[in-house]
Every structure is written in structure tokens, then in C-alpha cells.
Design a protein around this ligand. Structure first.
Ligand code: GLC
Ligand code: GLC
Length: 626
């Protein structure tokens, strides 16, 4: 065993371990190795086995590159020539569960014509790996990263699907669930059995002494399942489990864990996955006396995975799933760490604005928290497979005279139907009586008022997407939302799902609604028609790509405003979150030439009389600054 030393010495060892490789790999090794070495030194500098682990990781990267199929290498080259590919206005994401949307992988393949009809260029399939029978957190408890859940298909089918999707212009996105494995994973079994080499793969404690101390500063994530961050093993020991009791957190302080997970990542890379959604990034490093969330080492680890990928699969990118304070969300986003990130703030504040009919918090977030480093992008979403957590910053809210804690209470009440006159039909998730915290579940249509028969329900569904589709980055649609899928309350009858109310918005593909999608006399038809129009307009509007955004104060109650500058032109978005028509006065619009184009209606409009937006209405205007 040897510890890390100088970059030169460790480089020579790593180069030797890499063996016979081509020039292309060596060039990337030269660029990435010093970075990886410095990250390893900071993470594992005090470990006796640091140098071997680093050399082994490089050796795995080299053999993965050698084994990488030629079509994927060609794809890497295309990506390297166009690193801004994901910032294009033509990008559109979709996400679904394989089983619930299409039965199995073959069913997903059969949906490719529909994905093309919708305009998808990015498809996130929810976790499809081998997982424990019964409750497995929708597949987030992974028992093997190399085996597809047999009910869904095989790894060969997955690789085949990835290439069929690529031919259709759609990038396959899969989760990289690297914070934890299921309790049935081979590593977990070996760790519990004390098998040499695996004892330190997880965080196991002989008694409650350390768990009690850690729990003084950690947050309860799934309190319905178990209190605190640990669960007991049958023999009386305690193991770290942030989420479900059957999901055990890996111990990244052990370099063998990094190495093992890097190998699983490289395996997935060579199946043709193009984007890895880095699950639960905030939780991957623990230190006593801290919240054990978003510690500096979490970033170092992501950067180290990024460097490994850059050597072995240079066309791939990471997407961060950090559902945390907005100051923290952005710390994960950079070309060297995660190029893409969910935008949970914009998601939550869109719902906040719809409930309050007041767009100020969303306006403030767009003006203050939208900017990103070059070479990165947001993934925007109206709804995902998870709950809505009200992740805005209390400091931001306070500036507007809004009290964070009570506002979250109100929002929870509003969206779970406890607020009189609400249009929403949501369900509470993980209510924690100790902290007063709770989150909300429900489909977009049910939360927006369609289920309740609210007269503006459909308009709100479209409005929320109109905001999402016009702020830049990759808009991600939760498939089913585009046909206004409603809540599925039958989850309560399923013993595997009844303990987790997120299943209320994870219903099966609503076939009847899809059949109605071309019939404008139905809700599904109207919503689908309006959303596909927006998608088509977005794809033809370069200003809506990228990430540049400038606030625009509409000076009309309820109206959100922003500008998306392009090459010599600007798209002005005005969105009325209120239930009444709103008028934007001519003076407010006087910075623009009076003649403008309404891109969605495809008509010319005259701004000299101002502009009236109907309740829950919006415009995307191409304007000319005077
Ligand atoms: C992520 C997933 C969520 C899951 C959790 C634990 O946050 O989005 O669905 O429960 O990780 O894996
Ligand atoms: C918490 C976690 C997030 C996870 C979510 C699932 O918010 O921070 O990672 O997706 O729980 O409910």
C-alpha cells in the first residue's frame, strides 16, 4: 500500500496502470490527471491506500475507453465539437417510469414515434436497475448497477434502446444513484458480513453513541419511514440510511468506494447513456458536527467523477439533483462538476406565484438567481417525480416582507386543500410534527385546478409550462403532464406504495387522455394542443435557448416579466399569474418599438395602447428595443 505523493510520481504509477492506450486517451489523461490527483490528495491524502486507488481508477478509465463502442466514440467527438449542445432552444426533455409509462423497455422503444411527435431530445428514464422486491423507492434502492430489473428488460436491450434513441435525436438520461445502494446490493451483504475489503463500504456503528452525536446536526429526510439518519441492523449495530431503511449510504471517505462507484459509472457510460443524473448529491460526505449536507468534499467527489468521465467518455455530462437552499444549488454547477442542474427554486416559486397570484418572489429569483457559469444550463421543470419542497431562501422572502416559515405553511395548506377556496388538489408528503415541515405531491393538472374544475385550471397548466419553456436551459416535461394527467389515488391500495404519497402523481400512462390529445373538445386535447404549440415556437426561437435573462417590471399586479435577449432582438415574456385580466400600460412598454410579434399567436401586435393579459394568460413577444 502506498499513500499519495507528488503528482509526477503518482502520474507515472497511473500511466503504467493504464497500460496500452491510444493517443486520444493519453491527451485527455494529460489534461485530467493533475486535476484528479489534486482532488484525490484533498479527499484521500491521509489514506495509506490513496495512490493505489488513484492508479486503479485511471486503469479502469483506460480500459473503459478501449472497450467503448465506436459509435459512442464518434458521438463523443460530435459533443466535443459542440459543447454547448444542451443550451440549444431545440432541447426538450421528457421523464417517465419505464414500467408505469410503457410496461418495459420494449414498450419505451415503441413510444419513440410519440417522443418524436412531442419533440423530445432528452429522455430521462427513472431508475430501471435491479432492486429489492416490493417497496424500493421507485427503483432508487439499487441492488446492481449492471443489471436491469428483469421485469423491465435486459442490459443489452437498454444499450440497444440508447442507440435507437440517439438515432431519433434523443439523448438517454439515467440516474447515477451513488449516495446509497439497496441493502441487498452485493457490497451491502459483504459489508454486514464483515468481508475483508468491504467493512468500510458503508457507515456502520456498534451502538448509538456516534449516531446520536451525528443526529444532533443532521436533518430528517424521510421521517415517515424512520426518525433520524440511521437504522438498526438485526445484530444491534446501526447503519447510516438518509432516505429509506433499505437504502444504505456509502462511505466515500474510503477511496475503494470511489473506485467501485467510478467503475459502475464507466459501465453505464459504455451502454450509451449520455447524461447521468447525479442523485442526492448533497448527502455524499458526512462529518460529525455538521448537517452532513453539501460539505466541501461533496464537490470534490463530483469533480473527481467528472474528471474520470472526461477521460473515458468525454461526450457525457452530469446533471445535479440538489434540492437545497438556492445558494447551495448553484455551487454544484460548473463545467468541471455538474454541467446541468435541476432548478428547484424556479419550480417551487412558479407554484408559489400561482397560489398567491403574486409573482414577486419568482421575479426576484429570476433576476437574482438565474445566472449560471458559461458552459452550464438549468433543467427547468414544472413537476417531477418527487414532492414540491419550498426551497426558497428566507432572506429573499424577508426582503419582500414575507415570513419564510409561515409562508411555507400557507403554501402547504393551499396545495393540500386545507386552505379555503384553493384550486389545488395535492397531498401532503413527509409531514414532520417536530419541525412543522412538510412537502406537497400531486400532478401538475391536479395542483393547477383541473381536478377541482377551476375555470383557470387548464390555463395554469399552460402558463406554468410557458414560463418553464421560456427561461432557457433544458425544459423537462413529466410525461403525462402534457395531456393534463390527474392524480392517481389508487396508490393507497398498493402496500408497496401507500407509505409514500409521491405515488399519487406517478400514475400509469393515461392512455385515454393520450387518445384525446388531438380532440380540442377535451381537456387533454386543449392542453396538448397549446403545449405543443409552445414547444414548436420555442424550437424556432433562438432567443429562448441559452440562459441570458433580464428582468422586466411590468408594473401591473400579478404580471411577471423578463426579457430573453438574442442577436439584435429580444423576446419579452409577460405572464399573468392572477385570476383577473391585467393591463400593462403603454409607458411601461415604451422602451420598445410599438410594433411587436406575438410568437405564439403568430400575429403582429401594436404596443402603443399597452397590452391586456387575460387571467392566467401570457405572451412571448419579439420586440425591438428603441
Ligand atoms: C432522490 C430521488 C428521490 C429518492 C431519493 C433517494 O432525491 O429523486 O426520488 O427518493 O433520491 O434515492
Ligand atoms: C429531499 C432531498 C432530495 C430528495 C427529496 C425527495 O428534499 O434533499 O434530494 O429528492 O428529499 O423527497
Amino acid at each position: 500500500m502506498s499513500a499519495l505523493t507528488t503528482v509526477e510520481a503518482d502520474r507515472a504509477a497511473a500511466r503504467e496502470a493504464a497500460g496500452d492506450v491510444d493517443e486520444a486517451f493519453l491527451a485527455r489523461f494529460d489534461t485530467q490527471f493533475p486535476r484528479l490527483h489534486s482532488l484525490f490528495t484533498r479527499l484521500y491524502g491521509d489514506r495509506a491506500d490513496g495512490s493505489e486507488a488513484l492508479a486503479a481508477v485511471v486503469a479502469s478509465a483506460a480500459s473503459s475507453w478501449i472497450a467503448r463502442p465506436a459509435d459512442l466514440k464518434a458521438h463523443d467527438a460530435r459533443r466535443e465539437a459542440d459543447p454547448a449542445w444542451f443550451q440549444s432552444e431545440r432541447m426538450l426533455g421528457g421523464v417517465c417510469y419505464v414500467d408505469r409509462y410503457a410496461g418495459d423497455l420494449e414498450g419505451i422503444r415503441a413510444q419513440i414515434p410519440y417522443f418524436r411527435e412531442l419533440g423530445l431530445t432528452y429522455l430521462h428514464l427513472m431508475p430501471l436497475f435491479d432492486a429489492p422486491e416490493g417497496d424500493n423507492d421507485g427503483g432508487y434502492a439499487v441492488s446492481s448497477y449492471r443489471r436491469v430489473n428483469p421485469a423491465l428488460g435486459t442490459m443489452e436491450q437498454l444499450a440497444e434502446l440508447a442507440s435507437q434513441l440517439r438515432e431519433a435525436g434523443i439523448s438517454l438520461v439515467l440516474d447515477f444513484i451513488f449516495n446509497h445502494t439497496s441493502n441487498e446490493h452485493e457490497w451491502a451483504r459483504k459489508a454486514v458480513a464483515g468481508e475483508p475489503g468491504y467493512e468500510d463500504f458503508y457507515l456502520i456503528f456498534p451502538d448509538r453513541t456516534l449516531p446520536d452525536r451525528y443526529e444532533q446536526t443532521t436533518r430528517e429526510i424521510f421521517p415517515d419511514d424512520h426518525p433520524g439518519s440511521f437504522v438498526p441492523l438485526p445484530d444491534g449495530r446501526w447503519i447510516w440510511a438518509t432516505f429509506y431503511r433499505f437504502q444504505w449510504d456509502l462511505n466515500y471517505a474510503n477511496p475503494a468506494v470511489f473506485r467501485a462507484m467510478a467503475e459502475e459509472m464507466l459501465f453505464l457510460a459504455n451502454q450509451g447513456v449520455e447524461v447521468l443524473r447525479m442523485d442526492a448529491v448533497a448527502f455524499i460526505w458526512k462529518r460529525l458536527g455538521t448537517p452532513c449536507e453539501s460539505l466541501p468534499e461533496a464537490h470534490l467527489l463530483l469533480q473527481a467523477f467528472n474528471a474520470v468521465l472526461a477521460m473515458a467518455a468525454p461526450g457525457m455530462v452530469f446533471k445535479s439533483e440538489a434540492i437545497v437552499h438556492p445558494d447551495e444549488v448553484v455551487t454544484y454547477i460548473s463545467p468541471d462538476e455538474c454541467q446541468l442542474s435541476y432548478n428547484p427554486l424556479q419550480m417551487a416559486l412558479t407554484w408559489e406565484a400561482l397560489a398567491t397570484r403574486d409573482p414577486r418572489l419568482l421575479q426576484q429569483a429570476l433576476e437574482r438567481r438565474h445566472a449560471l457559469p458559461a458552459g452550464t444550463a438549468w433543467v427547468t421543470y414544472v413537476r417531477g417525480h418527487d414532492d414540491i419542497g419550498w426551497t426558497f431562501a428566507d432572506e429573499d422572502a424577508a426582503e419582500l416582507g414575507i415570513h419564510g416559515f409561515s409562508h411555507r405553511r400557507f403554501l402547504n395548506d393551499f396545495y393540500v386543500g386545507r386552505f379555503e377556496g384553493t384550486f389545488a388538489r395535492g397531498v401532503p408528503f413527509q409531514e414532520n410534527p417536530k419541525t412543522g415541515d412538510a412537502r406537497v405531491t400531486g400532478t401538475t393538472a391536479s395542483l393547477a385546478g383541473v381536478e377541482a374544475g377551476d375555470p383557470h385550471g387548464e390555463d395554469r397548466v399552460v402558463l406554468a409550462h410557458a414560463i418553464q419553456l421560456s427561461t432557457g436551459g433544458i425544459p423537462l416535461v413529466y410525461l403525462g403532464d402534457e395531456v393534463a394527467q390527474l392524480n392517481d389515488y389508487t396508490f393507497a391500495d398498493d402496500p408497496d406504495h401507500r407509505g409514500d404519497s409521491r405515488w399519487v402523481h406517478r400514475g400509469r400512462r393515461p392512455d385515454a387522455r393520450y387518445t384525446e390529445r388531438t380532440d380540442a373538445t377535451t381537456t387533454a386535447g386543449r392542453v396538448f394542443g397549446r403545449l405543443t404549440r409552445l414547444i414548436a415556437v420555442r424550437k424556432a426561437t433562438p432567443e429562448l435557448g441559452g440562459n441570458e435573462l433580464i428582468g422586466f417590471h411590468a408594473s401591473a399586479p400579478g404580471v411577471l416579466g423578463y426579457q430573453r435577449p438574442g442577436d439584435g432582438s429580444v423576446v419579452l415574456v409577460l405572464a399573468n399569474v392572477g385570476d383577473h385580466a391585467a393591463h400593462v400600460y403603454p409607458r411601461t412598454l415604451s422602451g420598445f418599438a410599438s410594433s411587436a410579434t406575438d410568437l405564439v399567436a403568430d400575429t403582429e401586435v401594436d404596443l402603443s395602447e399597452g397590452l391586456t393579459l387575460p387571467a392566467c394568460g401570457f405572451v412571448w413577444l419579439r420586440v425591438t428595443p428603441r
